[in-house]
Every structure is written in structure tokens, then in C-alpha cells.
Write a protein that binds this ligand. Sequence first.
Ligand SMILES: Cc1cc2nc3c(=O)[nH]c(=O)nc-3n(C[C@H](O)[C@H](O)[C@H](O)COP(=O)(O)OP(=O)(O)OC[C@H]3O[C@@H](n4cnc5c(N)ncnc54)[C@H](O)[C@@H]3O)c2cc1C
Length: 617
Amino acid sequence: MPSDLKLDKELKDDAEIRNLWLESIHIRDQQQIFKKTNEFYDFIIVGAGTAGCVLARELIYNIPNINILVLEAGPPNTQVNDIMRSPCGFPSVHRTSETDWGYSTEDQKMPSIVDPTKEVLNKGYPYARAKVIGGCSTVNAMVYIRGQKADYDLWAAQGPEYKIWDYEHCLEAFKAVENNSRKSPDEKFKKYHGFNGLLNVQDSSNDNYDILKDIYKIANNLGIPHNNDFNGVRQNGLGEHQCTMKDGKRFSLADGYLTDALKKVETYPPSKPFEIGSPHGLSDDAAKFVAVNVKSFAHMLNIIWDEEKKDENVAIGVKYFYDGRVHESFIAPKGEVIICGGAINSAQILMLSGIGPKNNLEENNIKVRKELPVGRNLLEHPSCCVSAKVSVPNCTSASQLHYSSNGYELGMFYKSDIDGKIPSQEHFLDERPNIQFYANTVKLGLAIAEPGKNEILTLLSVLNLPSSVGHLELRSSNPFIHPKIFLNLYEKPDDLYNMMSSLKLSREILKQPPLSTVWGVKEIGFDTDKEMSDEDWEQYIRKVSITSSHPCGTVKMAPESQGGCINHRLQVYGTKNLRVVDASIFPTIPACNLNAPTAMVAWKASRLIEEDYKNKA
Ligand SMILES: Cc1cc2nc3c(=O)[nH]c(=O)nc-3n(C[C@H](O)[C@H](O)[C@H](O)COP(=O)(O)OP(=O)(O)OC[C@H]3O[C@@H](n4cnc5c(N)ncnc54)[C@H](O)[C@@H]3O)c2cc1C
């Protein structure tokens, strides 16, 4: 390799890598000058996030005599430090450049919902996506929620073959992944939970602030029922979220699944028709090797296709940037390339490999191999809050925050009013709630303006069943250049009015004693002398809203005629040996945080892949 291409092994700065790529490697790569390795694997998994970790472990323990390569663009999780492990460190960890892709959404002008003759602006903002072993499960808020029965029955309603995705089938997978440590669970709880999986889930070990306990009382007085299991019979009600933690510390899918996968040592039959390196230095005994080879700082660039079978789009390997140069690894005869890069990157990888919308590919000079609506169905949960100052000193200060508190313990699920009015008692009892409400002391929204100066209470509403749909598209054929992300939040009227309804309820809660009396709570950002018009609300919502960092749906699992990119077995249409397994495959967004459903999808995918592998001659 020419010395001018040599990168410092420790170099992790994306900008430098990107420049180097632009200046030299890209050109040489086009001329096919890159290092040839003779690495063959049964499965190449791209992305060691929530899905990639579960998949690697489940495949390696269920299919005998295989080897797997896992490529992860980010650092190893040995770099996961105490702050990332500590639940109370959550609000800062997803903003670090070391472990985040650094995406931003695009500014978007659109017609106002309230007065379509006017234009409104959705300002673009940073969009957290983890770049580290464990993916977003290493940086997320650890709330463990799975969604509602109706979410998955909707996936299954797409055709008879989609039956495998109905709630009953998904529940089996949720339980298989879960290791719930609730003390003395009753029979009802046992019916909905698993106790032998590798993902640790626990009740909060943290005692709530007194101010949050008073919110419980107020909500109860308003007629919101109590719920001690949001993943059980029904989701609606008020209670505490369970969290993906063990002994009060963050527990990622890498901790549970990848660690276990790396313990697997295979004995290879001598007849195995390909060479294999000894990735973890076990070469003393040539017949044995660690069966899962994980490479961190390994950025996949695109898929290698079999050029002899051009029309069939047969994936035979991947190209990736690692240790300062471009490498390629191939799959064995029955093997597969499985993309687990998350909802933004999986779509980008497919498009860079020639699979996606024709116009966007052609404008970036990428040869179209298969035209599919990749990136078109970008779904997200918008969230918005009402923040308030609290006049009792030190009642929410950091000194009181427990190490094991993620700040998101208290939760409430209810249905909002589609006309934008305060929800009534009927809404609180509705069994298809569309709002997930958190009360916490995290500084969000307008409260950010005065960090550290005030005691803050934040009432956060998340629109769990939004109608608006965004999309993403390539900005460049350069794999290191970020795609354009358009979220289209509140493009549809019902999203705006549902959010309005929930925020009105938040303001109502803040007016109730003892919040308004004992705690001296005063909301921020509202003119109390003036009635808010719908137009005022629209302005407020567009200004204060953030996302939940829950992108999904960009490589939709659906019939091709219905805008699908992959079939019910997660195979990419018009290709061979290629699947996508992560949050991008969700046809519709479930009413929950997305870590648990993504792990569930990966567990189910492992069974489908195993079946197909065993059926191949
Ligand atoms: C700040 C934040 C808070 C959240 N809070 C919660 C919560 O409380 N509860 C919850 O359930 N969910 C939460 N989520 C969402 C949830 O964690 C994610 O939806 C889920 O982890 C997605 O899993 P995934 O496998 O699809 O993708 P990811 O976990 O993002 O994994 C994708 C992996 O692929 C790697 N990758 C991508 N492209 C390449 C490439 N070209 N080459 C090599 N590797 C690549 C990435 O670096 C990443 O590690 C949160 C997410 C964020 C960001």
C-alpha cells in the first residue's frame, strides 16, 4: 500500500477520514486498487447496534459450524465509560462526537396547518444516531417499552405470509430476548414477560422526587388509571417505566448479546472450502477459532455484487474502510450479507449499492440495480414539552439525582383529542393511546435557555402514532457524506392537533395544587394573560419540538406493490443473499421506544435466516 494512503491507526476523526477519502482513496478504489484479503464468512453483519448484536449471537448459537464477520463503524464498547454506563449520564452521552454520527435534519418550510396561506419553518436540528458497538442501545434513555398489540397486528395484516409478524408471534420473540428481574411477578406479569433472555430489564431502583410523586396524585385525580406494566394487558395509564438496566447500570445489547456471541468457539471441519484467519489469536489450535469476528472502526462502503450474474443482483461480499484502507470480505456459498446499520445508514448503504429511487441514484451517478423506494418511509415520534420553573430550592437539583436514574421513570399513556382540546376521562381509558407522557427534571425545550440556574420540571409529550411521513435521500455517492434527512414533522393536521391537546393537558397539570401552591411552579414560554390561539400553538410546537431519536421504516417490510423494499422474510426485492434487519424494516411505527421492538425483529430474523440456511442445498 502506498505510504501516502497510510492512516494513523488511532485516527478516528471523521472529517480527516472523509478528506482522505475524497482526495485519494475514492479514485484508487474506482480503479480497483485495494487490498485483497481472502476472507470468507457465512454471514457478514454490517452494524453492531441493537439488531446486529442480537442477530450475531442468535445465529452463532443456532447454526453449527459457521463464522460471522461483524463490521462496526464506531469504536469498541471498551470505550464505553462510566458516564455512559450510569443512567443519570444519559442526557449528555448521545451528544458526544466520539460515538455519534453527527447527523442533522434539514430545515423545512411547509404550509401552516392552521392557516395554509402562510408558510412555517421546521428548523433542522441535530439527530442523534449512535456510532459505537451496541449502537443506540449504548446511548439511549433505556426505557423498555414494546408497543401495543395493534401495532404488530397491523404489520401482519399486509398479507397471509405476514402472519409471522402478528402480536402473538412477536410476543414470543419479545419474551425470548428479555430477562426481567421484577421481584415476585404475578401470573399476569409472567404471561407477558421473559426471564431467560440476555437483555436485562428491571424496575426502577430509584425513588422518585417528591415533586414527581405529586404529579402521580394529580394525574390520578384527573381520572388517569394506574398501570404497573406498560408491556402487559394494556398500555394506557400512569406508572413507572421498566428500564434496560442491570443493578442500576445501563445494559446494552452489546453487553447481553455480543459479549455472549464472542464466547462461542467453533471447531471447523477440515473440509471447509475457504480460508479463515484467526481473528482473536487462537491460532495455536488451527481447527478452532472464535466464530464471530468483530471489527470496530470498520465503515462499510457498499455491497460487492457478482458481476457475472449482473441481472440477478447477487450479493457476494462487502467493501469497507478499515485501518486506513479499503478492504473487501466475501460470503461463503450459502452465506448472506445482512445490513443492520439502523434506519438512516441501512437506507444509505442500499442506495450507495444501487438499490433505491432511480432519480436520486442517477443524480448522484450511481448505477441503478434495482429501483425501490428506499428511504421514502421515514417515520419518527415527534415530541414537545411544557417546561416550568420550580421555586423550592434544590428540589430537582443534580445533587439529588440518583446514579441509577435516567430521569424518565414516570410515564403516562393516554389518547389525545384530535380537535386539539384537553383530553377527557374517556381518552384516558382508551386502549389505543397515542401519547407517551414523561414528567421529569431533565432540561428540555425552552428550559435549556437557563441551564443550571433554575429548578426545572419538564412535562414531555411524545406523539406515538403520528401520521406524517418523512424521507431521506443521498446527498452524494461518497459514503462519508451524510444523507439529507427530511422529517416532515406535523405535516398532517392530526399530528399538530393531537400534540396541542396533550400540551394543553400538561399546562392544566401545572395549574393544579400542590404544584401551583407548595412547589410554586411557573410555566415558561407562555403569556398567561393571553389565550393561546391555534396559530400561537402551531408556532410554539414547531419552535419547541424535538424528536425522540426513533427513526424507522426507511427499508419498509411490505409487498413491493405497497411501497415495500423487503419481503416478510426481510430479503431485499430483486436481489439475492441480501437482507436488512433493524428498525428500518418497520412498516409502521410502533407506539413505544424502539429498542425492544428492534431486538425482537432481530431475534425473529435469526430464526428466518436459520431456516433458509438449513434449506439451502
Ligand atoms: C438519544 C436516544 C435515546 C433513545 N432512547 C430510547 C429509549 O429510552 N428506549 C428505547 O427503547 N429506545 C430508545 N432509543 C431508540 C433505540 O435505541 C433505537 O431505535 C435502536 O437502538 C435502533 O437499533 P438499530 O439496530 O436499528 O440501529 P443502531 O442501534 O443505531 O445500530 C446501527 C449500528 O450500525 C452501525 N453502522 C451504521 N452504518 C455503518 C456502516 N456503513 N458500516 C459499519 N457500521 C455501520 C452504527 O454505527 C450503529 O452502531 C433512543 C435512541 C437515541 C439515539
